[in-house]
Design a protein around this ligand. Structure first.
Ligand code: FPP
Length: 247
């Protein structure tokens, strides 16, 4: 029996953020090149996407390529970009069947032309789907995103569209690439690393973290259920006392 029946469907996180880590180590442990790990990581992407949609999660955001990942060997970067194109193209039909909308955040126009195009096509072809939004963070870094938001906001101040004294957290959030999503309530990171690595820094102010001691290609829907069950057992206080939460 799996753990799905123990998930309280009335208290699901609306948004789950994921750092898919450990593909390289997974491959190395099998005596294979790193790219083999990334290819197998795609299976886990499918697993978390389908299981989340079936449960009723509205948003899943996957860290697929960080700005820092450009520093990897050229061969690996190229392989990751090719994998992205192939995966997006191959999965569009399944996403449409499952009513999943593809979305992407990050400095997307700096991706290789083919990857950028495949991504835009995938986003366009799934734009009317409404069950779940699957966002890929690509060439993404949270500090870059915050700086971009600050730049665009200051332009709007200069153009007198926004008054400085009216700027608050809600207005600032509107300038982030996640402006149309709720903040993640749960963040899952695999591979045993316990960091947030420049991921959704603004949005994760109150997020519950779940660090798993498995490599990403080994991630299954059972890990998702367990992470949600763990999340549901925690008390989210947002700075209040336990008594205030209960009453
Ligand atoms: C981290 O493992 C993983 C990545 C940098 C890439 C994630 C990409 C995929 C799962 C495949 C493509 C995804 C999509 C959505 C098409 P690592 O390489 O940092 O592993 P290591 O820490 O063991 O070296």
């Amino acid at each position: 029996m799996n753990s799905e029946s123990q998930v309280d469907k009335t208290r699901l996180p609306r948004h789950i953020a994921v750092i898919m880590d450990g593909n390289g180590r997974w491959a190395k442990a099998k005596g294979q090149p790193r790219v083999f790990g990334h290819k197998n990581g795609v299976k886990a992407v499918r697993e978390i996407s389908e299981a989340s949609a079936e449960l009723g999660i509205e948003y899943v955001t996957l860290y697929a390529f960080s700005t820092e990942n450009w520093n990897r060997p050229k061969l690996e970067v190229n392989a990751l970009m090719t994998l992205l194109v192939e995966t997006v193209r191959r999965e569009i039909a399944t996403m449409n069947k499952n009513n999943i909308r593809l979305n992407a955040i990050g400095e997307l126009d700096k991706l290789p032309g083919k990857s950028f195009k495949a991504l835009l096509d995938g986003i366009e072809e799934t734009k009317n789907n409404s069950r779940m939004t699957l966002t890929l963070a690509l060439n993404y870094s949270a500090r870059w995103e915050i700086v971009e938001a600050a730049k665009r906001l200051s332009k709007d101040v200069k153009d007198e569209k926004v008054q400085t004294e009216n700027i608050n957290e809600e207005i600032f959030s509107q300038y982030l690439s996640t402006h149309n999503m709720p903040d993640p309530e749960l963040m899952i990171r695999t591979s045993g690393e316990q960091r947030i690595s420049n991921y959704l820094l603004w949005q994760m102010a109150y997020t519950e973290f779940c660090f798993l001691d498995i490599f990403w290609p080994d991630f299954t829907r059972e890990h998702l259920y367990k992470a949600i069950i763990d999340f549901q057992s925690r008390e989210r206080r947002f700075g209040k006392t336990s008594e205030q939460i209960i009453s």
